[in-house]
Design a protein around this ligand. Sequence first.
Ligand SMILES: [Zn+2]
Length: 436
Amino acid sequence: MLREPSVAAPIGEQARPTPNLGRLQADLQQFAELGATADSGVSRLAYTPLEREAHQLIARRMRDAGLEVRVDPFGNTIGVRPGRRAGTAAIASGSHLDSVPNGGRFDGTVGVLSALEVMRLLREQGLETEHPLWLVVFAAEEGARFGAPCLGSKAVTGLLTSDDLTRLRDAQGIALGEAMRGVGCQPETLGRERWSARDLAAFLEVHIEQARVLETEGRPIGLVDGIAGNTRVRLIVSGRADHSGATPMHLRRDALAAAAEIILGVEALARDPRRRSTVATVGRIEIEPNNLTTVPGRAVLSVDVRDIDSDRQRVTAREVAQLAYRVGERRAAQVLVELITDSSPAVLPIWLRQHVAEVCTELGIDFRVMNSGAGHDAAVVARVVPAAMVFIPSRDGASHSPQESSSLADIGRGVEVLYHAVLRLDRVLAELEGLG
Ligand SMILES: [Zn+2]
């Protein structure tokens, strides 16, 4: 564990290279073209050929920046810049390149390109570090395709099970393991490669905020304290499909009407003012037979419950299930509850956040400490290696939509913070290791 950092040299003017915003913008544009949608969004789903294309493009950029690149069996792309001290744990930074369907161009990509820009700046400055530096691009961060998020980071931290490879399926019924093999990954090696504190000293992720707190307060940087966990369940409501003309109202067992009642109940649960930080969403519904003249016989709902408080997260998920059973009983519909995925909230280590906070202060960049309602690879990595997250403002808080946007100036500030955080961490850790 890191002790209170001793003297870290103040950041002088010469040692403050300016991020190259032109090349950042050009790269952002290139990635935006991979899976571009008609309304300037991006659809680059987890473990699809388009996601692989984005990884191949970043691998080329990494090699141009002098990194040694490898792709692990789960599709994570890792670029390594050697350090002066062989055998020391690396300092890593990165994010993801997959998106939700018709998502934005900035989610994940900004963190990957910020880490790349740091590597380029170090090279241009002719700087070596004591520790190796890793640029990590995780596969399959978004849970949109398989219901469960952060699959690439979970695979290397022991949080993905072989059961998940067959159990998690996309809307077409394709199992996770099958999809991984389809794009050249080797999911059968799960468990063989696992990251630990011996490999990595710290992981730093720059990310767009995806909300409007920073913009509203006029602050350029957010340092993340806690990251919400999520419990996701599937509710299967079975009623009876009947003729919509011939069946009188009192004899119906309408699965969709029951589902509607459950959806409003879920919203009311999360809006309860005693639950300060809970959010709950029914983001997906499938009905059968989905026909104008048939009383719906079956409805399948996916519910996503998130909280930074793990007790409230689990209690709310349990209450969602109870609510569904109650509605089902009253409406003579059968309700089945299946767990899709469950991950705990993460509290990121204070010492590492403090380290980044001191860098912001030295650079004269205003910041605030905040929670993240959205999940991130950093929360997964934090289970095995100290992790920190740096948020930059999102215009109008828009995210997971084509409207997602962040200014180049804000991206540039994120790069600066990351650049100096990496260099300072390298010095501080080297001093401690020298003492030890
Ligand atoms: Zn993201």
